[in-house]
Design a binder for this molecule. Structure first.
Ligand code: PAF
Length: 270
């Protein structure tokens, strides 16, 4: 993989990279289109990274269809699909992890202990092996993007990180590989995430600037839907992810809600 990258860079190409866990959907495809626009060669990786899943999470049940993924990647113009295997990437005795002090102690990091340590470790490994000039990440995983940006800055990676807006189904549900696990009824219930973000946006337009009051309205709105369990609903500073009390500048409203057993996340800049 590294040789391929080096050879094409020496020929004057800008190398774009998109790390994924596969089961590609329109959201990934739009990251790929961005990668193709920004660079000359596009590499994607498909690797379901065990170190970012906690006990009881869905690592074993993570959806997978490599043949379909290869076809989608080829159709859109990906140059290389890099699929490292687990034994190569985490050989016996593997004992080094990347971590961060501040940003992981918010939002998803609070209920998914060790998750971002796993993400930073695999992204670092992939960056070293793929050695891209540019990497594109989706804004749906807002916290992940903030953490990767911080990591790239702190550890002097010479890689430009590009954030790409959330891609939604026509009814507004944020695209995710996990949506495939929703029953038809849960799929409809899942819309309460985007609908609650829109409600918060319009409350703000009506001069309701108290974050706690908006969050309380959102808790009630989501709670009124069957089969939902809120993990968190937060209004926070987009850079530090610290909670905001009064909304007097752009903030990010982010949430994680279980619909049935499927954990969905969504966010919006208000
Ligand atoms: O966003 C994801 O799909 C994963 O967290 C990533 C960045 C591919 C690392 O495994």
């Amino acid at each position: 993989m590294t040789d391929w990258s080096e050879r094409h860079r020496r020929e004057g190409n800008v190398i774009s990279f998109i790390p994924t866990m596969g089961f590609l959907h329109e959201g990934h495809l739009s990251l790929m289109k961005e990668g193709l626009l920004q660079g000359d060669k596009l590499i994607i990786s498909i690797f379901v990274n065990p170190t970012q899943f906690g006990p009881g999470e869905d690592f074993d049940a993570y959806p997978c269809d490599l043949e379909r993924d290869f076809q989608l990647a080829e159709d859109i113009g990906v140059d290389v699909v890099f699929t490292p295997n687990k034994a190569d990437f985490y050989p016996q005795g593997f004992d080094t992890f990347i971590d961060q002090e501040q940003l992981p102690n918010h939002l998803c990091g609070l209920s998914r202990s060790g998750h971002f340590q796993g993400v930073m470790t695999i992204v670092t490994k992939l960056f070293h092996v793929v050695n891209p000039d540019i990497a594109v990440f989706g804004e749906k995983d807002f916290q992940q993007l903030a953490i990767i940006r911080r990591m790239v800055k702190d550890l002097n990676f010479n890689i430009r990180i590009i954030g790409h807006p959330i891609v939604r189904e026509s009814d507004g549900l944020a695209m995710s590989s996990r949506n495939s696990k929703l029953t038809p009824a849960q799929r409809i219930t899942g819309l309460c995430l985007i609908n609650s973000l829109k409600k918060a946006q319009s409350s703000l337009k009506n001069n309701k600037t108290n974050a706690a009051a908006i969050i309380q309205d959102t808790v009630e709105f989501i709670g009124s839907h069957p089969d939902t369990e809120i993990d968190y609903i937060k209004i926070c500073d987009p850079d530090t992810l610290d909670d905001v009390d009064s909304i007097d500048r752009p903030v990010v409203m982010a949430m994680a809600v279980k619909v049935g057993t499927t954990r969905l996340i969504d966010n919006m800049i208000l």
